[in-house]
Design a protein around this ligand. Structure first.
Ligand SMILES: NC(=O)c1ccc[n+]([C@@H]2O[C@H](COP(=O)([O-])OP(=O)(O)OC[C@H]3O[C@@H](n4cnc5c(N)ncnc54)[C@H](O)[C@@H]3O)[C@@H](O)[C@H]2O)c1
Length: 342
């Protein structure tokens, strides 16, 4: 058996399940310790997934010499400080999205972590999804020609109960925003990853339905550095929730992709069909009949492989910050009612 990276999880809430499930699947990493300020949550997680150690203070956990890498699964506005503390303790880091919620904190984390020499990867699991990868590959190959128009429709439903389920949710201080910073960030990352970096944005944000301090709906008009134009529509207040939908129109053809799959794949004068997409099937290491939450299997396996083979993780902090920088520019544009250049 090859080398296995011992893992710690900081924050035992909703998303920690997917990190634990993924560690139950990949063969190059294993769960070793869990930490939550609420001891019962850490205990329950340790029991369910067989973690050897439980901590209620992440700084104590970071002293544990057995741990090589930690997943940061705490409220978004805590990520930066925890990443810096992990790096100072010599631990590699896999940080949940968004990596942080302000420019200053992102600058600070990136500078600190790069100096420290540990590896830091960020979770944008949709980048590993075969249908989105296929679109990215097709754009990069040049077969569709240059991008003309690139749109992301990110229309979700989150109830008031969801927002009430955690003190940090939908607060500027710890969530850093609403429909875009928490939910839409995945699709915004996909859009800029596929279509290129954004030069400027004009946007309008609103809080229409939920009793929250951040936006529940936003629209943004984009100009990409490569000359393409685009739109983002994001909300958490429409019923029913719609599939994430990305539409890329290029000089020679169009691709439309949603959670359902590739909806359109047309190149002028070519009979090229959309590639067949097969979702991988994963089984838990200790129980071959149990299928885990799979979205984090590739990001966790990639992070462990990056550590073992001394290479960069698939999504670096400099990549992960691009979606956050764009969202912050959208907020600024809406506040100041003017176009913002990134
Ligand atoms: N990749 C994805 O698709 C995805 C999905 C959901 C959430 N997330 C991200 O994961 C993060 C957590 O979200 P969530 O929905 O799991 O939140 P959550 O509120 O369910 O869980 C956060 C946990 O962190 C714990 N915590 C708070 N302060 C702590 C501290 N100082 N030390 C240790 N534990 C602490 C809380 O007690 C809680 O159990 C957020 O940044 C969110 O954006 C990502």
């Amino acid at each position: 058996m090859g080398r296995v990276v011992k893992w710690g999880i900081i924050g035992c809430g909703v998303i920690s399940k997917l990190h634990c499930d993924a560690l139950g699947v990949v063969d190059n990493a294993q769960l070793y310790a869990v930490c939550d300020i609420i001891e019962e949550k850490a205990k329950a997680k340790a029991e369910e997934y067989g973690a050897k150690k439980i901590y209620t203070d992440y700084k104590e956990m970071l002293k544990d010499p057995e741990i090589e890498c930690v997943s940061i699964c705490t409220p978004s506005g805590m990520h930066g400080q925890m990443c810096k503390d992990a790096a100072a303790a010599g631990k590699h880091i896999l940080c949940e999205k968004p990596m942080e919620i302000t420019k200053e904190k992102m600058d600070d984390v990136i500078e600190f972590v790069e100096k420290s020499g540990v590896k830091m990867g960020c979770v944008f699991q949709r980048r590993c999804d075969p249908k989105f990868l296929a679109v990215k590959e097709a754009i990069d190959s040049g077969r569709f020609g240059k991008v003309i128009l690139a749109d992301a429709y990110l229309k979700y439903f989150r109830s008031q109960e969801y927002y009430n389920s955690g003190d940090w949710r939908a607060t500027w201080e710890l969530d850093g925003g609403g429909a875009l910073m928490n939910q839409g960030v995945h699709g915004i990352d996909l859009l800029t990853w596929m279509a290129g970096d954004v030069e400027s944005v004009f946007a309008r944000c609103a809080t229409q339905v939920r009793d929250i301090e951040v936006e529940d709906t936003a629209i943004a008009s984009l100009k990409f550095k490569n000359g393409a134009l685009g739109n983002i529509e994001g909300t958490t207040s429409v019923y029913p929730a719609q599939d994430t939908r990305i539409e890329i129109h290029c000089e020679k053809g169009s691709m439309i992709v949603s959670d359902k799959g590739i909806l359109q794949w047309s190149i002028e004068g070519s009979d090229e069909q959309a590639p067949e997409i097969q979702a991988p099937v994963f089984k838990m290491k200790d129980d071959p009949t149990k299928l885990p939450g799979t979205s984090h299997v590739v990001p966790l396996g990639d992070m462990a492989d990056a550590i073992i083979n001394d290479r960069k993780p698939a999504v670096t902090p400099r990549e992960a910050r691009k979606a956050v920088d764009l969202i912050l520019a959208i907020y600024q544009s809406s506040d100041e009612k003017r176009e913002i250049t990134l």
